[in-house]
Design a binder for this molecule. Structure first.
Ligand code: DON
Length: 579
């Protein structure tokens, strides 16, 4: 009797399994970086070094996060900043956690229709370029609040490395110069920005050039010496308000004087026994990650397999349902009632599962359209110290180099975070998000964010620190890294590097990373009714840490490194650094 093709395959597979070691038989990614006392993962290697030095000097993870935040403002100027804002999720060694919201606020003179023309249509670029796009920055207040409440070292100590890199400069590598050349045309429009980020001949900096930022060094030195008042109540605020007034903006001194950090309770949820702690509104991140995880908990993802058509199907449907909620129901908690407990309810997740057809793609237009829209350069870093304090920070100028403007003499790039608001219901923003009234512009309001600095714990101990830039995709990037570790058994580097998928309700398209799915899988999905788009490029740069081993299997077996760091292979100049 001749063996069938199926029995031959089964026989060869059993031989392969018999020969294969229990761990993975090939490496799709470089090995995660190991550390026993601390780990710092950022998108720029010099900033990672700054963080590790702070930890070695006895600073805790919050100290390191503050020093890294200031350092990135110098060595990663397309997203690191003191002219923007962000979020910090902290999980302390005793298991308690907190969240600092230092995101931008709309200026007092902002109005709901400020980006619309007389016919009610959005004016192209108005919420993205120049001073009208700028929200009141929060980073300086945020870092100082973190340091004063939870840090241990002096402001001067934590800011010194940033000041030195601004004053003495640093040598640009390939990853650094790529971001400069991509934004050269925009930066050229603002003389003060051009004077810093372009060479005197108007060309972009090249690999091996030294970038020196003396004005930024002076601004940082003033903040180091006098504290945040130097930024919010002194010469820096005056210079920004003056430039704003002269160039079509609406920022006023009062906006700066009134800026206040909010300390909020993070969003938490349980996924297969793991406790996820992440960003609450004014971010949509934590709520939507938890909503998607709650839906996915009802499916055997591990059995269905990473990247299979069935896994992609249920993930996309969970994303579709959750992003309708994101885009319609969420906003700044000082202005709107966020239905957080409803969205995090496990029975709500079951209702969503009941509406998912096991064999067919859903249709976004069939879900109640309540809102639409989001934007493109942000950075995330993850830190853990010897005591087990874990800090996840995502902060941003929104677009790469923000609004592309610098007030004379300050050296400080300003954000274009106002684009994260709904300009007009139904009109997509920079990230294609179609949003609603809950995120309409109002004075002092914070635009809805997707930033999701996240800490995952298991049995009361830190398990994973994770987050990413990527506009509206931050949520699905962070989610997929978590699922890849917990359900698919990938190590932290593989989990971060693995090809990504994304769906955000509208447009009704599954974005897939080039070569991310096999042609067979794509065919299966198309047969279910999905429209797949492999052409887009915004896939973020996740930065993660896994505690106790490089993968779940190693953690369970015991004997893995205490801290295992991974910077996304998509992040050209980043580094995971342990000690
Ligand atoms: O807060 C937000 O959700 C956006 N402003 C983040 C922008 C971003 O991630 C850009 N990076 N690629």
């Amino acid at each position: 009797m001749h063996p069938t093709r199926r029995t031959l395959i089964a026989a060869s597979l059993s031989i392969a399994f018999a020969l294969a070691p229990l761990t993975s038989i090939f490496a799709a990614s470089p090995a995660p970086v190991k550390g026993e006392h601390g780990m710092v993962v950022t998108a720029q290697h010099l900033a990672s070094e700054v963080g590790v030095e702070v930890l070695k000097k006895g600073g805790n993870a919050v100290d390191a996060a503050v020093a890294v935040g200031y350092a990135l403002a110098v060595v990663y100027p397309n997203a690191g900043n003191i002219g923007g804002g962000g979020f910090m999720t902290i999980r302390f060694k005793d298991g308690k956690s907190t969240f600092l919201d230092f995101r931008e606020r709309a200026p007092l003179a902002a109005t709901k229709t400020m980006y619309l023309d007389k016919d009610g249509n959005p004016v192209k670029g108005a919420s993205l370029d120049g001073y009208l796009a700028v929200g009141v920055p929060g980073s300086v207040a945020g870092f100082e609040t973190a340091r004063e409440k939870y840090g241990t070292l002096s402001r001067q100590d934590l800011m010194a490395p940033a000041i030195n890199y601004a004053k003495d400069g640093f040598i640009l590598d390939q990853g650094d110069t790529a971001s400069f050349s991509g934004s050269a045309a925009r930066l050229a429009k603002d003389p003060a920005a051009a004077a810093i980020f372009l060479k005197p001949d108007g060309k972009s900096y090249a690999i091996g050039d030294r970038l020196i930022q003396p004005d930024l060094a002076a601004s940082l030195a003033a903040i180091s010496e006098k504290g945040p008042d130097a930024f919010y109540k002194g010469a820096i605020a005056d210079a920004i308000v003056k430039a704003s007034g002269a160039k079509g903006g609406i920022l006023a001194r009062q906006d700066f004087e009134q800026y206040a950090v909010r300390e909020l309770k993070p969003v938490t949820c349980f996924y297969r026994g793991y406790e996820v702690t992440s960003s609450p509104p004014p971010s949509s991140g934590g709520v939507i990650i938890c909503e998607i995880l709650n839906v996915l908990e009802g499916y055997p993802l591990s059995y269905l397999g990473a990247g299979s058509a069935e896994t992609v199907h249920v993930m996309v449907e969970a994303m579709r349902h959750a992003y309708v909620d994101r885009n319609s129901a969420l906003g700044d908690p000082d202005f709107v009632d966020n239905p957080v407990s409803k969205l995090l309810d496990k029975t709500y997740a079951k209702d969503i599962r009941d509406r998912i057809d096991p064999f067919r793609a859903g249709v976004s237009q069939d879900l109640m359209p309540k809102g639409f829209g989001e934007s493109k350069e942000t950075t995330h870093y993850s830190i853990i110290d010897n005591d087990g304090n874990a800090v996840a920070v995502t902060y941003t100028l929104n677009g790469s180099f923000g609004a592309g403007v610098v007030a004379d003499g300050t050296g400080i790039l300003l954000n274009n975070e106002m684009d994260d608001f709904t300009q007009k219901p139904g009109v997509p923003n920079l990230y294609g998000l179609v949003q609603g009234e809950a995120n309409a512009i109002q004075p002092k309001k914070t635009p809805l964010s997707s930033m999701s600095p996240t800490v995952v714990a298991k049995d009361g101990k830190p398990f994973m620190v994770i987050g990413s830039p990527g506009g509206s995709r931050i949520i699905t990037i962070t989610l997929e890294a978590i699922v890849n570790v917990i359900d698919h058994g990938m190590n932290i580097q593989e989990a971060i590097d693995a090809p990504r998928i994304h769906h955000q309700w509208l447009p009704d398209t599954v974005y897939i990373e080039p070569f991310g799915l096999s042609p067979d899988t794509e065919k299966l999905l198309a047969g279910m009714g999905y429209h797949l788009d492999p052409s887009s490029t915004t896939w973020g740069q996740a930065a993660g840490i896994l505690v106790g081993g490089k993968s779940l299997a190693e953690i369970e077996k015991g004997g893995g490194a205490r801290y295992n760091g991974a910077i996304d292979s998509r992040a050209a100049s980043g580094e995971a650094l342990g000690y």
